[in-house]
Design a protein around this ligand. Structure first.
Ligand SMILES: [Zn+2]
Length: 219
C-alpha cells in the first residue's frame, strides 16, 4: 500500500467520525468512498464509525472485486462505483441518512430554490432521486442519473448523497444539504418558502463557480 492509499483510508475514517459527531448519521448506515486510480476505497458494511479502522476500508477494483479475506464493502458500493466511473470531476462520495434530508426524501419532496445555498448542489434545486431498494443496481442507476451535472441529491424514502473533488468538499456539501433540508422543513411548517426567482439562482450559480469554495467553508 502506498502513502496515498494510506492517507485516503485515514481520511475516510475521519469523514465517518465527523458525520457521526455532526449528527449527519447514526449507527452503521452512512458510507463514504474515494477514487484511488482505477480502483475505489469504500467503507465496509456493518461497522459503526467508533469501531472503524483504516485497515477495514475496502479496496474495490475496477471489475467490482475486493479481497476475499477482509471486510465486505458497503452494500451501496455499486452506487459509489457508478458515480466515480461516470464523473471524472468527482473523487469522493458521501452518503448518509441525515434527519431532515431523510424527512423530505420520505415525503417525496425535492428542495426548491428557497435559499441561495441550495446552489451548492450544483443547480437551482436539490433534486430527489426515485426510490429503489437499498444496495440494488436500480438504485445505483437512479442516483447516477439524478446526479448528472449535480453535486448532491435527496434519495426517495432513504436519505441523501453528495459528491466532490475531495472528501472534505463532499462532506461539506452533505452538511449543507442537511442544513437546507432543515430550513425547508421549517418553512413548510409556516406556510412554505418564498422562492428565489430563476434569474437570481442563475446569478448565484455563476458566482459559485468562482466563489463557491469560500462560500462553503471548506472542512
Ligand atoms: Zn443508505
Amino acid at each position: 500500500m502506498d502513502a496515498r492509499e494510506a492517507d485516503l483510508r485515514e481520511e475516510i475514517v475521519r469523514v465517518m467520525l465527523a458525520m457521526d459527531a455532526r449528527g449527519l448519521n447514526r449507527g452503521a448506515s452512512g458510507n463514504v468512498s474515494a477514487r484511488l486510480g482505477e480502483a475505489m476505497l469504500i467503507t465496509p458494511t456493518g461497522i459503526i464509525p467508533a469501531d472503524l479502522d483504516a485497515s477495514q476500508i475496502v479496496r474495490v477494483g475496477p471489475g467490482g472485486d475486493w479481497p476475499a479475506d477482509g471486510p465486505r464493502p458497503s452494500s451501496e458500493w455499486r452506487m459509489h462505483e457508478g458515480l466515480l466511473r461516470g464523473r471524472p470531476d468527482v473523487n469522493a462520495v458521501v452518503h448518509c441518512h441525515s434527519r431532515h434530508a431523510t424527512i423530505l426524501a420520505c415525503a417525496g419532496r425535492d428542495i426548491p430554490s428557497m435559499h441561495y445555498m441550495v446552489a451548492v448542489a450544483g443547480g437551482s434545486s436539490i433534486p430527489l432521486a426515485p426510490y429503489a431498494t437499498f444496495g440494488s443496481k436500480a438504485l445505483a442507476d437512479a442516483v447516477v442519473e439524478t446526479l448528472a451535472g449535480r453535486n448532491a441529491a435527496l434519495m426517495a424514502n432513504h436519505g441523501q448523497i453528495a459528491l466532490g473533488p475531495s472528501l472534505s468538499r463532499a462532506l461539506a456539501i452533505a452538511e449543507e444539504v442537511e442544513e437546507q433540508a432543515a430550513v425547508y422543513w421549517g418553512t413548510l411548517a409556516i406556510g412554505g418558502p418564498n422562492l428565489l426567482d430563476p434569474e437570481e439562482m442563475t446569478r448565484v450559480l455563476e458566482r459559485f463557480k468562482t466563489y463557491g469554495q469560500q462560500a462553503m467553508g471548506e472542512v
